[in-house]
Design a protein. Structure first.
Ligand code: HEM
Length: 141
């Protein structure tokens, strides 16, 4: 459960993400494709080479969607309901993959925020990203 303190930490640190959505998103996706190559099977139509325009665009969309969730933390499931339909019904993404992308995004945050990615911030993102993953997978249950 996200506490009030977690929410405040998320909102504060999200300020450091603003302006880097495309870079951070692309880096997270690239880490996911390299570390967990099975995730590439969902993107057969993408150019997955380093610096690919499609990865950059997609990275920006993913991080902006996370930003919307940060903004709407008190009603996240409504904010994410369309994305949940997309991932669950249309794309049929296996829920295990949400954990993999979350893991990669946290590494990106740690690399870029450095000592500002404190254990408390880490915990807040861990809870937040697993809540987002649960919501995107909601329709499977
Ligand atoms: C599309 C967000 C996790 C596979 C999208 C889009 C967004 C998004 C915003 C674009 C929707 C649109 O164009 O209307 C997220 C978020 C995730 C997440 C916030 C979790 C933090 C995943 C995972 C996979 C995945 C784990 C698979 C490994 C896809 C695919 C598309 C897509 C295949 C369609 C890409 C295209 O053809 O343009 N996602 N996603 N997503 N997502 Fe996710």
């Amino acid at each position: 459960v996200l506490t009030h303190e977690d929410c405040e930490l998320l909102q504060q640190t999200w300020e450091k993400v603003l302006g880097h959505q495309e870079d951070f998103g692309a880096e997270a996706l690239e880490r996911m494709f390299i570390t967990y190559p099975q995730t590439k099977t969902y993107f057969p139509h993408f150019d997955l080479h380093h610096g690919s325009e499609q990865i950059r665009n997609h990275g920006r969309k993913v991080v902006n969607a996370l930003g919307e969730a940060v903004k709407n933390m008190d009603h996240m499931s409504t904010a994410l309901s369309e994305l949940s339909n997309l991932h669950a019904y249309n794309l049929r993404v296996d829920p295990v993959n949400f954990k993999l992308l979350s893991q990669c995004f946290q590494v990106v945050l740690a690399v870029h925020l450095k000592d500002q990615y404190t254990p408390d911030v880490h915990r807040a993102y861990d809870k937040f990203l697993s809540a987002v993953g649960d919501m995107l997978a909601e329709k499977y249950r």
